[in-house]
Design a protein around this ligand. Structure first.
Ligand code: BEZ
Length: 324
């Protein structure tokens, strides 16, 4: 698989290699993530790896393993902790289930759009949570995102009432499950790589998902409704194995940290346009695309905040930062 993927990356890797002097001490590292090759997370990981290789004069060569090739996030977390894996781009799932404060970014309508998310992801609460990655045996490099969440359903959905009883695919973490339960839906946790088939064969009736993935993975092929709700941001954590980090020289660590931080901010900055582009693409399909706001969801959102302000004490901090 490694060889295949290196070949697939040929143009990028060989361009970097051409610019490099011959080096004898190249170390290969691995970065795992669950998104498929065309997804922006994977694209940013490939670009970051090429830049790190160039800036470390070939000493740090990070191979990218997309689509969950190294396992799901729970499995990759274990590998990071033992030092069997070096780097990863993760959703919040593994962190939020261990410490509810990591779920606060998923507060419904915490921000209006990607620009609001970008501010929060660079703010003091986000930094505190990044520093807290040390408690998981990890190094946190920064926050990326996959734009704003939307809803795709197999059956037609016009009002929030129509969601009642539908099996909606979510990420398996408590704040998301609570949101869907409060809407009367049946949240059905499922890893991203399994989602297309599960939706196609009716194992789930719908999903909350990113706009980009809906287009690239063609979830719309089995949908009767596409609802652009922008109801939560969807952060990504760029992380490294604390164990492996110790073995990298201080100078190379500085390069890795700097390149990841810059790439992540650039990625988040792009998502306003990415979401708009893929929304326009979805509007070219035969599936009706509707845009809804906070009011569409009714009282469930206020109830969610009441519950989670107690469960996750840092929620009030980030609400204040967001100007609520
Ligand atoms: C998801 O599981 O919904 C997801 C994960 C990573 C990027 C985008 C979506």
């Amino acid at each position: 698989m490694k060889r295949f993927y290196k070949r697939a990356l040929g143009p990028i890797l060989s361009l970097a290699a051409l610019a490099l002097p011959q080096v004898s001490q190249a170390d290969e590292y691995r970065l795992g993530l669950i998104t498929p090759p065309p997804h922006q997370w994977t694209v940013s990981a490939i670009e970051a790896a090429a830049e790190i290789k160039e800036k470390t004069e070939g000493r740090v060569d990070i191979l990218i393993f997309p689509s969950g090739q190294l396992g799901n996030e729970a499995q990759m977390l274990q590998q990071l902790q033992t030092g069997a894996l070096d780097f990863a781009f993760f959703t919040l799932g593994e962190f939020a289930n261990r410490n509810p404060n990591y779920g606060i970014f998923l507060a419904p309508y915490l921000v209006d759009d990607v620009a609001g998310a970008r501010e929060l992801l660079k703010g003091p609460t986000a930094q505190k949570l990044l520093d807290g990655m040390a408690d998981f045996g990890l190094v946190g490099f920064g926050w990326g995102m996959a734009g704003m969440r939307m809803i795709v359903t197999g059956p037609e959905v016009k009002t929030v009432e129509d969601l009642k009883g539908l099996k909606i695919r979510t990420i398996p973490f408590a704040p998301e499950l609570a949101f869907w339960t409060s809407l009367g839906a049946a949240p059905t946790p499922m890893p991203l790589p399994a989602l297309y088939d599960a939706f196609a064969n009716g194992q789930v009736d719908g999903m909350q998902i990113d706009v980009e993935g809906t287009w690239n993975t063609k979830y719309y092929e089995h949908a009767k409704s596409i609802i652009i709700s922008n109801h939560m941001m969807f952060p990504m954590a760029a992380i490294g194995s604390g164990r492996k980090w110790q073995g990298i020289s201080e100078a190379d660590r500085a390069v890795i940290s700097e390149v990841f931080a810059a790439k992540l901010d650039e990625m988040v900055g792009k998502y306003g346009e990415i979401d708009a582009k893929y929304k326009a693409d979805l509007e070219t399909t035969n599936v009706p695309v509707t845009t809804v706001g906070r009011d569409w969801f009714g009282p469930a959102i206020d109830a969610w905040y009441e519950e989670w302000r107690t469960k996750a004490p840092m929620l009030s901090e980030i609400e204040a930062e967001a100007g609520h």
